[in-house]
Design a binder for this molecule. Sequence first.
Ligand code: AMP
Length: 184
Amino acid sequence: MIQRLAIFLGSRDGDDPRFGRDAYDVGAELAARGIELVYGGGGGGLMGRVSQGVLDGGGRVYGVIPRFMVEREWGRLHEPGVQMHVVETMHERKAMMTARADAFLVLPGGLGTLEELFEVWTWQTLSLHSKPVGLLNTDGFWDPLVATLDRLADHEFMSRTTVDDLVVAPDLAAALDGLASRLG
Ligand code: AMP
């Protein structure tokens, strides 16, 4: 059973309101299932939306945000239901999120989101942790990335097993099932 799920997703809203709605719905569903949201602590973009969905549903949010982001007022601090940790560096942030979460799920996002995905996934392949990683592939958003990963495996730059270890799911229920089935 997954009790604490780390979500990586955009600090921006994207070009379509459906991204925000989907992120909010994911947060609301986590709250309904009693799963804690572990995330980067941001109040803007999809990060803000997913955390708002959890809070409106009466759920629990565990955020880890670097001080420089707080100083730029990017963080979601001092709100009921939010356990926020202010750290000094991005590295500390990722280490705390990795330690706290049972599994990782990636929603639409940009460079930061991809960086987080590839770090936790790479570290899993190196056996630095054994926590499952997944893509929430709502409306096929991540299909081009999945195609690139398949290409890397086809050309033997990564193993097919590694690609297969990544959960790719069309909705949150399927993603949680896939992640739970890969818990170490
Ligand atoms: P991106 O996908 O580039 O929007 O970045 C999302 C991820 O990068 C988040 O999960 C954060 O770790 C980090 N990040 C980038 N910009 C911000 C921001 N304005 N507020 C909070 N976190 C951010």
